[in-house]
Ligand binder design. Structure first.
Ligand SMILES: [Zn+2]
Length: 238
């Protein structure tokens, strides 16, 4: 399998929330896309790993990804440990993605920022000839960071207006997370996640507005962008 684009994140539903619209847009363009969840999300307050796996499969279908897998790192223990890096390097060698999307490297949840480091280092190690894992050495060409929740100035924004409704359905496919059972709704403790739908709408509008469209998803890359043609650059200035 040779993927064009692979998104790596800590928990099932992280990719849907941060770059689901972009994943779908690229799949609809004919690119082969994939999602690697580092954990099964088994520490989540709601839903069993089985339920979440079912939900992840439904969401993957909506986002038209060609491949979705789990690395098997324990939830709440994501870290750039040697063993996990080797496991990840093996998957990178199998999938050979040209571009990889990682979570931004600063976050509130340790799994999220550790996923960023683990993702980067796994991709790097995958290119080392002497690495003691199966497969041909391979290193992705481009690494992008999804910055949705972090408020960082992005390097660029992808217009997901045409894909927003499907992304919303993919997010809401995680019924165990975002649609609490009636008995749960009466509980005094509400997770902020219950307000996620309007929050996601607001965030996507916020980033969309920055490039003059309805909905957008922000990304950051460490390199500068190279431009060939300054005459046809998008996004109106005045
Ligand atoms: Zn997460």
């Amino acid at each position: 399998m040779k993927l064009d684009l692979l998104a790596i994140a800590a928990h099932p539903d992280d990719v849907e929330l941060t770059c689901g619209g972009t994943m779908l847009k690229m799949a609809r363009r004919g690119y082969k896309t994939g999602i690697l969840d580092l954990t099964e999300g088994e520490m989540g307050t709601r839903g069993t790993p089985e339920t979440r796996a079912r939900e992840a499969a439904v969401a993957a279908k909506i986002l038209k990804v060609s491949w979705r897998g789990t690395l098997g790192v324990p939830d709440s223990d994501v870290q750039a440990a040697r063993g996990y890096k080797l496991q990840l390097a093996k998957v990178i060698r199998e999938l050979r993605p040209r571009t990889v999307i990682l979570p931004y490297w600063e976050a509130r949840h340790p799994d999220h920022y550790n996923a960023s480091t683990l993702g980067y280092e796994g991709c790097f190690l995958a290119g080392l000839k002497q690495l003691p894992v199966e497969g041909e050495p391979y290193r992705p060409f481009k690494i992008l960071y999804a910055t949705s929740f972090e408020g960082m100035p992005p390097t660029f924004i992808v217009d997901i207006t045409q894909h927003y409704e499907a992304r919303r359905r993919a997010i809401l496919a995680y019924g165990s997370q975002f649609r609490p059972a009636k008995s749960e709704r009466k509980q005094k403790v509400y997770l902020a996640i219950d307000e996620l739908d309007p929050k996601m709408d607001l965030l996507a509008r916020h980033y969309g507005q920055m490039i003059g469209v309805k909905y957008g998803e922000p990304f950051l890359q460490k390199e500068l962008m190279a431009v060939d043609d300054v005459v046809t650059l998008p996004v109106r200035s005045i």
